[in-house]
Write a protein that binds this ligand. Structure first.
Ligand SMILES: [Zn+2]
Length: 288
């Protein structure tokens, strides 16, 4: 599932290309994923883009916002005449193909011959139109824990808070750091890589992590998230940025997906187990 660096990559792209556009029409092809009245946003102009954890918010100048969660396979792709002319350069053939395509469920028609497409193969994602003042009442936003790298003015997760969250939990440390209600934005890829980087066994009970280890892990989470962002996210499943281009972090995974390969730190053979139902990759030798 796209995590903080992937969703932040989309946010940065939308901030650059979508802000300032007026919404002329909304074509909802799959009603199940869409909540709210499209009429309430027609004629409104896009003012800003926020991100809360893995959730995106498009703020409009009429008091409404469009909240979007892309879940496992959602794509939000901006396209205008310039990009259509340069389609071969920008759009990922492997991850997107044509626009629109059979997985395009919502099309926003914008002014200046631009469009915003919402694609979703698995259809787990959602789009909700809400009054900006009511955003915090959506369960997703209400329940979100503090984030290591917030983007929309929220205070960042501190080391003290992080130690406190760890010290109170009987969960395996990896399962805990992926719990969006405790810490926002960290998912499976970056949890695997952060634990590898801090040499901690993902199966350890969170409350048994020492203060020194907690500090290392906290630093490692920041490091891998920043690296993910630097490479424009990981295009592991269908992730693409706001122009439909693939990210590059999948070429820089530390532990994720490395089953059977040699550990880059100590040379042992990397293993894969399931923790909390999620594929967990680690080095059985140097992660303790
Ligand atoms: Zn190792």
């Amino acid at each position: 599932m796209p995590e903080l660096p992937e969703v932040e990559t989309i946010r940065l792209g939308l901030s650059k290309y979508l802000v300032g556009h007026k919404i002329l029409d909304v074509d909802v092809k799959l009603k199940r994923i869409f909540t709210g009245d499209p009429k309430s946003i027609i004629g409104a102009r896009v003012e800003s883009i926020d991100r809360f954890g893995k959730g995106l918010v498009i703020n409009l100048d009429n008091g409404y916002s469009i909240a979007i969660h892309i879940k496992l396979t959602g794509q939000i792709i901006y396209n205008d005449l310039t990009f259509i002319r340069n389609r071969n350069i920008h759009l990922s053939k492997a991850k997107v193909g044509q626009l629109p395509n059979k997985f395009t469920h919502v099309i926003f028609t914008l002014d200046k011959d631009a469009k915003l497409y919402y694609n979703d193969i698995r259809q787990f994602g959602w789009i909700k139109i809400v009054k900006k003042a009511d955003l915090k009442t959506l369960p997703f936003f209400k329940d979100l824990g503090p984030e290591p790298i917030p983007s929309s003015g929220q205070p960042p997760l501190t080391l003290e808070q992080f130690e406190n969250i760890l010290s109170k939990s009987n969960l395996a440390v990896k399962v805990l750091i992926m719990d969006q209600k405790r810490i926002g934005g960290v998912g499976n890829i970056y949890a695997n890589d952060a634990l590898f980087l801090s040499s901690i066994d993902p199966r350890r009970k969170a409350k048994e992590i020492t203060k020194i280890e907690a500090k290392k892990l906290f630093g490692a989470i920041l490091t891998v998230l920043k690296k993910g962002l630097k490479y424009g996210g990981a295009s592991e499943l269908t992730f693409v940025n706001a122009l439909g281009e693939e990210g590059g972090y999948q070429n820089h995974f530390l532990a994720y997906g490395k089953k059977g390969e040699k550990c880059s730190v100590c040379g042992a053979t990397m293993e894969k187990i399931f923790l909390g139902g999620r594929g967990t990759f680690f080095c059985p030798k140097h992660q303790k």
